[in-house]
Design a protein around this ligand. Structure first.
Ligand SMILES: [Zn+2]
Length: 231
């Protein structure tokens, strides 16, 4: 195999390695925490906190209502016991009962409002929990897929790099070094020659260059400087 063909193969391997490295980089960038899952988790925590606060308020209101109910019972018991005979005292007691009942009624309305909030919050918590469960499952499935893809790409890359090492070992060391320099300089070091044209710069090559290239020796395009490879 002529050195130009060997270098062309080396270039093909390098291109394949680069494309797989790009793919691996892309996969690696997708591995990790999901912002959507984190955001939903945060939402859930907030709603759970709200629910807890509402429940706490609900209990407080219920205790207060119970407390007032006890006071009303006591006042009414006295009122109807017959022990109090003074009309003014009776009127005061009745007034106290009325005030307590009005307060209880207000508190009961408030308690209903809070209960409504608790129910709404409970529904939201259930909905977000279910969303989070779905999102997490989907994320885990994706991560597994990405992990598998990453492992596959790593195996391909290891194989390609091994092949490159073997091939580079077969080629004249100075030729490999020259190829590396050209690659660094031009991106593509070896240009195919098709119908007498250098595919690197699309210039028609002089006959002498074509003849030299055909022999498989290391010939550079006089126009772009790339190594010419005649298939
Ligand atoms: Zn050229």
């Amino acid at each position: 195999m002529g050195v130009a063909k060997q270098l062309y193969r080396l270039q093909e391997l390098d291109l394949e390695i680069e494309s797989n490295e790009q793919a691996l980089k892309k996969v690696a960038s997708q591995i990790g925490e999901s912002q959507e899952v984190a955001r939903t988790q945060k939402q859930l925590e907030l709603e759970q906190q709200r629910l807890e606060e509402s429940r706490h308020k609900q209990h407080s209101a219920e205790w207060e209502i119970d407390d007032i109910a006890t006071k009303i019972s006591a006042a009414e018991e006295t009122l109807f016991s017959g022990r109090v005979k003074n009309p003014k005292e009776l009127a005061n007691l009745q007034h106290e009962v009325d005030v307590l009942k009005a307060r209880r009624s207000k508190l009961e309305d408030k308690a209903l409002e809070i209960m409504d909030k608790v129910e709404q919050s409970e529904a939201k918590v259930a909905k977000i929990s279910s969303q989070l469960k779905t999102l997490t499952a989907e994320w885990q499935r994706q991560q597994k897929q990405l992990d598998d893809e990453s492992e596959k790409l790593k195996a391909i890359l290891s194989d390609l790099k091994h092949k490159r090492q073997l091939l580079a070992g077969e080629i004249d060391q100075p030729a490999v070094e020259f190829y590396q320099e050209l690659k660094k300089d031009k991106g593509t070091a070896v240009a195919k020659v098709e119908q007498g044209i250098c595919r690197g710069c699309r210039i028609s090559l002089p006959t002498t260059e074509l003849q030299q290239a055909r022999s498989g020796a290391l010939v550079q395009c006089s126009s772009c400087g790339r190594i010419l490879f005649l298939a």
